[in-house]
Design a protein around this ligand. Sequence first.
Ligand code: HAM
Length: 436
Amino acid sequence: MASPKYQSPKGVHDVLPDDHLYFSFIKKVVRHRCREAGFRRISTPMFENLDVFVHSLGDTTDIVEKEMFTFESKSGKKLALRPEGTAGVVRAYLQHGMQQLPQPVELYYIEPFFRYNRPQKGRYRQFHQFGFEIIGESDPVIDAQVIYLSHKINQDLGIADRLSLQLNTIGSSEDRSRFKEDLINFYTGKERSLCEDCQKRLHRNPLRLLDCKEEDCQILASMAPKFANVMSEESKEHYGLVKEFLDELKVTYTENPYLVRGLDYYTHTVFEYWSQKDGAQNATGGGGRYDGLVELFGGTSTPAMGYAAGMERTIEHMKEAGIRPPNKDRIHVFVAQLGHIAKKRSLSLLNEMRERGINVVAAAGKASIKSQMKVADRLQAEYAMILGQIEVQEKTIILRDMDKGSQETLPMDGIVDVVAEKIGENRLDKRNMWEE
Ligand code: HAM
């Protein structure tokens, strides 16, 4: 078959109905767990002034250097599609005076993001994240709680066993300045053994040399000075407490001194979830503390901590683990009808059933009952209601159990109660109809 004339652009995808089952399920779990922990939902715009990202993520990071979709407004303002959520949330926190609210402020989001990277499995140009941020508290117990929440969500989604939690600290910015000097001294003279990217990064962002995936760079990284040697007592204490709280919460983690994350705003605790199978490739989520970001954006010094997970990568794990989210789209009833009066009568019946939370599809055209039943079959409806001229006259309806293939003629009066009971009231979605 010739491929259609128009295809989606490289690296972006349609979310088809079957995948929406996963998206809806993840959203539901995230909403539930976040609410339970006192978070409220925020949405920031899909694009921001370019500076918001350059300033926060760092102008030598891969995202800012290579991966942003940037454009100019008609008046020449430089804008960018958001590559991540933290910068926008911090911008909103300050713009809306959230420093005046009781601290810390806890916010979560479920949104699409955009990065102009080379598309491959698990890496797309438009992808979705759910994430949460706690702004306004420096206590290490917050770090442990954010990590616990991310772990709990992985458990709820059935993928916790497939992931390993990698944990590290990158200390305060003073610790890091000292460490960067040590690293530059160590690598100077060894530049030729580094990959091209690392050679460029050496003087601009030497920490990134530690988590390069190239084999030669990894060998050198294993011989490089250790951060623990330059870390202040305060930073060590913070990290020690995070681990103590995680132990208390029975969250297992792997300490990984090479984990530095790819964004400049981090301080102290950083963490990522790696696949047990593929390691660092395609981490499902990551986060950490960013105590300097609010101040960098012009606010008073305000500590913060957060996490975000990629939904596509999370779904990939769920599929590999054989997890099928509940299918709320299942069609409970297909209404087949014949003749004008039957069609008219079925209208109020449809509405009545939908009000009760029953998912109903009705035939609309003038097809024979036989071909309407074929449609009911293909839609995998649980029941079919058949309403012909005789039934309308006799005020009855035929109810067919599509799985069993059996059918009965029932009085029209009270039919909705009968169907609701057969489907099982608890499976109907009515209670949650308006819940966001
Ligand atoms: P990040 O590690 O850049 O962190 O992204 C988080 C997750 O988003 C990744 O682990 C991955 O699952 C997913 N992701 C990133 N890029 C892509 C892509 N091109 N295609 C598919 N999935 C992708 C952040 O974004 C931080 N804002 C997290 C955070 C929140 N830190 C503190 N608060």
